[in-house]
Design a protein around this ligand. Structure first.
Ligand code: FAD
Length: 412
């Protein structure tokens, strides 16, 4: 019997693959399917957990699979950066013509003077290769607000999602006014024409309902006896596929001390604010906020929504109490700065919730902690997959691909 922990896209993909081939049981702590790749209801409206767009770069097989589930709309990405009180197309380094001449010339000079230099940490990698001016203008305020940690504590070469070295040719062309609207990573994205919930419902369709136990949180894993414990039962497994956050998994594994301490796994928590606006004033799909006065690191519009709806994200410490009055002021201030609203009354409704583990941090200990932990788990027949199971920076498409590969590896 294979036990799967978590019914997000990773767990659902594994269950779909095992269906009809091998006995399995899927345990999910919440009362719904989809994990972060679904929607929740607030005040009668459905919201994503922050914009959840599908990207299929280099994954034609996953695109075919996903688009066989329901109809998707395709969008040419319009993402921007907000710095120096203006919206600049993403990525900022290719669109320096949007900056004042003196700033633009200084940035180009600094980048051209540099020879590409590998660096031990993200701070040095960016400051050296992109120059002090662009670093101080964009990378430092944006990434410090987002990661909430000194950038010297982050490695330069993340496993996935690394920032590429500067492309000098494009930087010079962009500074001269050339537009690169469909470049950068993931220039197009896809979203279900109906809703993400509809996609998840259809995706889970082939799974026999009695193989899924909702509201059943895994609270212990005995790796020697090969048993998982929940509040209501215990299950024996031959293999365990888990998509719960790796940090939380090592907390509940017995015997203790076989794996690094949970303290070694670093991440941020995100306060997600979903907002309904009085009217639609769409200027971008999403924008990276690099202004020290703005408390959020990203804002975006939902591309498919029955109402004019947008979202804002900021990094918080877990357990933060949400002060709704203060939050309303921050929402209004930010949306006014972005010229999305003119007056506070245009914010009709907002809902705020915390995603406790949202982005993994590639702190300097990541290479010594994460890959060895995943390898050791495999020795005990445990496959920790998905964005949080593999403790990495992945997309839904990556997670589906990795879950398919995991089941393939089990040769069921
Ligand atoms: C703000 C934000 C925006 C994002 N935007 C995008 C985007 O635009 N495009 C994109 O491709 N990706 C995006 N992602 C990433 C995407 O959400 C993940 O890649 C994907 O949801 C991971 O799926 P998963 O199944 O691996 O994990 P999850 O969706 O986290 O699913 C894990 C499941 O395990 C359950 N679980 C946890 N612990 C236990 C336990 N002890 N017992 C039982 N069940 C448990 C959880 O309830 C959950 O249902 C975004 C992520 C965030 C945070």
């Amino acid at each position: 019997m294979i036990v799967i922990i978590g019914a997000g896209v990773s767990g659902l993909t594994a269950a779909r693959q095992l269906q009809g081939k091998k006995e399995y049981l899927l345990l999910e702590k919440e009362n719904y399917l989809g994990g972060l790749s679904t929607q929740y209801r607030a005040d009668g409206c459905r919201f994503d957990f922050g914009g959840h767009y599908f990207h299929f770069q280099d994954k034609a097989d996953i695109q075919t699979l996903v688009q066989s589930i329901c109809t998707f709309k395709k969008f040419n990405r319009k993402s921007k950066t907000f710095a120096l009180d203006r919206l600049i197309p993403f990525p900022i380094q290719f669109h320096l013509s949007y900056l004042p001449v003196a700033v633009r010339n200084k940035i180009v000079k600094e980048i051209m003077e540099n020879r590409f230099t590998p660096a031990a940490n993200l701070h040095d990698f960016l400051a050296i290769n992109f120059g002090k001016t662009l670093f101080e203008l964009f990378f430092k305020p944006f990434l410090t607000g987002y990661y909430n940690i000194d950038l010297r504590e982050i490695i330069a070469n993340m496993d996935r999602g690394s920032i590429p070295p500067p492309d000098k040719e494009r930087i010079v062309a962009g500074a001269g006014g050339k537009k690169f609207f469909n470049t950068g990573y993931n220039p197009v994205f896809y979203y279900p024409a109906s809703s993400l919930t509809h996609f998840i419902e259809n995706y889970a369709g082939p799974i026999t309902p009695d193989r899924i136990h909702l509201n059943e949180e895994v609270t212990g894993v005995d790796i020697l006896k090969k048993r998982v414990k929940t509040a209501v039962s215990e299950y024996a497994y031959d293999k365990l596929i888990t998509s719960m956050p790796l940090k939380n998994l090592v907390k509940i594994i017995e015997p203790v001390d076989l794996f690094p301490s949970p303290r070694e796994f670093h991440h941020i928590s995100t306060l997600l604010v979903n907002v309904i606006l009085k009217r639609k004033r769409k200027r971008f799909h999403w924008v990276y906020l690099a202004d020290r006065n703005i408390p959020f690191y990203r804002a975006g519009f939902y591309p498919v929504h029955p109402h004019p709806a947008c979202y804002l994200e900021k990094t918080v410490t877990p357990g933060t109490i949400i002060d709704k009055e203060k939050l309303r002021e921050e929402i209004v201030f930010t949306l006014k700065a972005l010229n999305v609203i003119e007056v506070g009354e245009e914010v009709v409704f907002f809902d705020a919730r915390i995603i406790p583990v949202s982005y993994v941090l590639f702190t300097t200990n990541w290479p010594q902690v994460v890959p060895p932990t995943l390898e050791k788990l495999k020795e005990y027949g445990i496959y920790s997959i998905g964005r949080y199971g593999s403790w990495n920076y992945t997309s839904m498409s990556d997670d589906i691909k990795d879950a398919l590969a995991c089941v393939e590896q089990l040769k069921v």
